[in-house]
Design a protein around this ligand. Structure first.
Ligand code: HEC
Ligand code: HEC
Ligand code: HEC
Ligand code: HEC
Ligand code: HEC
Ligand code: HEC
Ligand code: HEC
Length: 402
């Protein structure tokens, strides 16, 4: 009897293991059968995977686990005070993280952190209610290493009812499906309409993954697995064969602001597509607009002489698309110098710059600027803080007064 039980146990294990393997072979991507999923790329593209998996793109949105969350949950650094009677406390309860609202010391309601947006400078969060997501009123900012109001939120009245629409996911994730309703006015015509703000939780793919930038790659994977000796890439768009505008568009789909009327969902974009089929109006074509440093790198870059007067400059001139922006500004200087040999700075500038003249072009020509779109306020009616990013409008700026 004991032996039979043991054999059954072994058999169960074997079944479990073989079915696990099958499971990964049969990976189903929520985007459809054309997609292979990023895990499948590692076996042949180790270098790109190792860096991209750790990049901000992959973490542009993520599940709200203790590992991914940035803010403090302990030691007096976890409270946001609205007024003498009202406060919000970040609490961990049985492995789930919450923003808990207290009035006069009594808990009123607890809202879970479920989805995180952002990783480099700031992180804001959302919770699910049925098929909709709502932003939490307090976010974390690295510049102050503390919690403060989410952009646009009051520091005196907590608000948990602001819906996060599909737009955020369009730039911060790789997929989230809406519901489509089919209406029939008579028995012949059918119209399919997207219910914009309805979202299906199980179709969410966190972060910006390989196929968000490269397009569906299942066929590419199949072909190369079948013919391992093939050296030339099959069934995948080659960026090196694309025109400059197409290479720029692959980044501009998310890095040229959110102010142009959209025609199609950003999720439908594939490398090589023309952005004009996605927006009304050309992104980044107007010199008189003061683009915000947040969210519109192309708009600003396109106003620079460097961009206008060189034939091939695109985002990849300075950025490896699989890596974060480098913190080492000297690496960028060498890129500047590759186009700018023998610049003649005035003696005054040379004197101010001192030794850093040749290693820190960026600090003078791409200074950090405050965003006009994002500001935030600290606890207890604290000061308004600004959110600053580097401008991509490369130009001569008045000297920094410190
Ligand atoms: C079985 C091996 C294999 C797998 C798996 C694989 N690739 Fe490739 N891929 C190749 C080979 C071979 C090339 C051509 C040589 C090269 O550029 O490395 C290539 C090239 C590429 C290129 C460059 C295309 C060009 O011509 O510029 C991209 C982009 C790419 N793969 C994306 C992906 C993505 C995304 C995945 C995962 C969804 C993936 N690959 C999975 C084998 C593979
Ligand atoms: C943010 C968009 C983006 C993401 C995410 C991304 N790539 Fe790329 N990838 C690019 C671009 C753009 C190029 C072309 C670079 C160039 O031409 O300078 C490229 C080039 C490549 C190449 C050609 C060789 C090379 O390194 O230039 C391979 C292979 C590749 N990517 C694989 C991957 C894999 C695998 C992943 C996921 C682990 C991934 N990429 C994620 C945008 C992206
Ligand atoms: C699907 C939308 C999307 C696409 C496509 C995209 N980006 Fe991004 N990118 C983002 C978002 C969102 C962030 C902010 C990530 C964060 O910090 O949370 C970001 C961040 C970055 C950063 C800063 C990362 C850091 O930590 O320093 C660079 C640089 C960048 N993107 C360059 C590019 C380039 C170059 C391309 C084109 C090859 C590109 N992006 C394509 C959405 C996108
Ligand atoms: C048009 C594309 C786009 C849309 C729409 C968008 N974002 Fe972003 N977001 C970006 C890019 C690009 C960055 C990083 C670079 C920057 O700030 O310019 C970013 C940065 C962020 C950051 C800071 C991340 C960091 O550390 O740099 C947060 C938090 C964020 N977005 C949340 C949101 C939320 C919430 C929404 C919806 C209300 C949203 N975003 C809509 C493109 C977008
Ligand atoms: C692909 C080549 C290229 C790269 C890379 C490049 N530039 Fe330029 N830049 C140019 C060209 C071309 C001009 C226009 C020169 C002219 O008008 O004669 C220019 C103009 C400028 C100007 C004058 C701007 C004005 O408004 O008068 C400055 C300053 C400048 N670049 C700084 C930089 C810095 C700093 C970097 C690195 C972060 C850089 N450039 C990277 C090609 C480049
Ligand atoms: C001439 C070089 C150059 C080009 C071209 C360029 N960048 Fe950058 N980018 C930089 C530098 C320098 C930084 C700042 C790095 C730092 O401060 O750590 C940066 C930072 C960024 C950041 C992070 C901003 C922040 O303050 O954290 C994003 C996002 C970004 N670039 C996107 C893009 C996109 C999208 C394009 C194409 C439209 C592009 N860049 C083209 C040089 C360049
Ligand atoms: C201390 C700040 C500072 C640093 C560092 C700096 N520049 Fe400049 N740059 C200026 C100023 C200011 C001007 C305007 C002319 C002047 O005063 O010298 C200028 C002018 C320029 C011009 C336009 C020249 C013209 O003929 O119109 C270019 C191109 C340029 N810089 C590129 C660079 C590059 C590339 C680097 C890094 C190798 C660099 N600069 C480092 C401040 C700086």
């Amino acid at each position: 009897m004991k032996k039979a039980k043991f054999l059954f146990f072994i058999l169960a294990l074997i079944i479990l293991f073989t079915s696990c393997k099958k499971e990964s072979d049969n990976y189903i991507d929520p985007r459809g059968t054309d997609y292979a999923g990023s895990e499948s790329c590692i076996q042949c593209h180790k270098i790109q995977s190792e860096s991209a998996f750790h990049s901000s793109h992959f973490k542009a949105s993520s599940p709200a686990t203790k590992e991914n969350i940035l803010g403090h949950f302990k030691n007096g650094k976890n409270t946001f005070v609205y007024d003498a009677n009202t406060k919000l406390v970040m609490e961990e309860r049985r492995d789930t993280l919450y923003q808990v609202l207290y009035k006069n010391g009594k808990e009123v309601q607890a809202y879970p952190f479920e989805i995180l947006f952002g990783i480099k400078h700031a992180q804001t969060s959302a919770y699910w209610k049925n098929h909709y997501t709502f932003e939490l009123p307090i976010s974390y900012y690295k510049s102050i290493n503390d919690w403060a109001t989410s952009p646009g939120y009051s520091a005196t009245v907590p608000n948990f009812e602001r819906q996060i629409d599909k737009e955020c996911f369009g730039c911060h994730s790789s997929n989230i499906a809406s519901r489509y309703v089919t209406t029939s006015s008579d028995s012949i015509t059918f119209m399919t309409m997207e219910v914009e703000d309805f979202m299906s939780k199980r179709t969410l793919i966190y972060g910006i993954d390989c196929e968000r930038c490269h397009g569906p790659a299942k066929q590419h994977v199949r072909t190369h697995l079948k013919f391992p000796d093939l050296k030339k890439a099959q069934n995948i768009v080659a960026f090196k064969d694309l025109k400059r505008q197409q290479r720029i568009d692959a980044c501009a789909i998310c890095h040229s602001g959110n102010d142009k009327l959209k025609i199609k969902s950003r999720f439908q974009y594939k490398p090589g597509d023309d952005l004009l089929n996605y927006f009304r109006g050309v992104p980044a074509s107007n010199d008189s607009i003061n683009y915000d440093v947040h969210g519109n790198q192309l708009g600003l870059l396109a106003q620079s002489k460097c961009f206008k007067k060189s034939e091939a400059m695109d985002c990849m001139t300075c950025h490896n698309p699989h890596e974060d922006a480098s913190k080492n500004l000297a690496t960028y200087s060498s890129m500047c110098i590759s186009c700018h040999q023998g610049i003649e700075h005035t003696p005054a500038t040379i004197k101010t710059a001192g030794k850093s003249l040749l290693t820190n072009c960026v600090e003078c020509h791409m200074p950090k600027q405050d965003s006009k779109a994002i500001r935030f306020q600290k606890s207890n009616g604290g000061a308004m803080s600004s959110y600053s990013l580097r401008t991509h409008k490369i130009a001569v700026y008045p000297p920094n007064k410190k």
